[in-house]
Design a protein around this ligand. Sequence first.
Ligand code: SAH
Length: 212
Amino acid sequence: MDDAEIKMQFLFQLRQKGVTDARVLTAMERVDRGAFVRGHFADRAYEDMPLPISCGQTISQPSVVGLMTQALDVQPRDTVLEIGTGSGYQAAVLSQLARRVYTIDRHRGLTRAAEVLFTRLGLTNIVVLTGDGSFGLPEQGPFDRILVTAAAEDPPGPLLRQLKVGGVMVVPVGQSDAVQMLIRVTRSETGFDYQELLPVRFVPLVEGVAED
Ligand code: SAH
């Protein structure tokens, strides 16, 4: 297969798994997943599977990235917070759809690498930070959209508080090793609405900042 065929196959797989939003598909067509996968896994970047990255973490499965992005319903003027930068791929996809993206990871090794990559790719509307994302970013909030890409037992309270009224948060919820449920939380004037989306499997949200 040549590059064009590989790209077409990649988009075909996304559609087949339910990623149908044209804006999300265009964003994922623009962001080359191959740039976010290094070493001997690079040639599998266009397959629909999660892959290992450094610091013992993983880059999510493309269809899951697509379905989460679609569920988040990002609007062009939105400020988005992502918890769990990992490879930076999800943040790069969000950067195509939002005004500004803040992304935070507890591994400095990952945030440094992502920052270098965003600069190289000319993605200037992403701010990368190192820290425990469970607390969110109170100074930069509240946010229109929050995407958590690590599993929590419950949606973290500080993140709920940093969601604007009318805002949407997508978060995998459940015990760390079991299958988790992806949920969408919508904040209204009076409270929070919860909707179950699909079963997923993410690495757990871990407390504190990592050593590496
Ligand atoms: N969105 C990533 C994949 C995320 S993997 C991508 O597109 O590649 C989950 C990430 O969450 C890991 O990098 C892990 O270090 C991070 N993480 C786990 N607990 C965290 C916490 N409390 N705060 C910030 N990041 C956390």
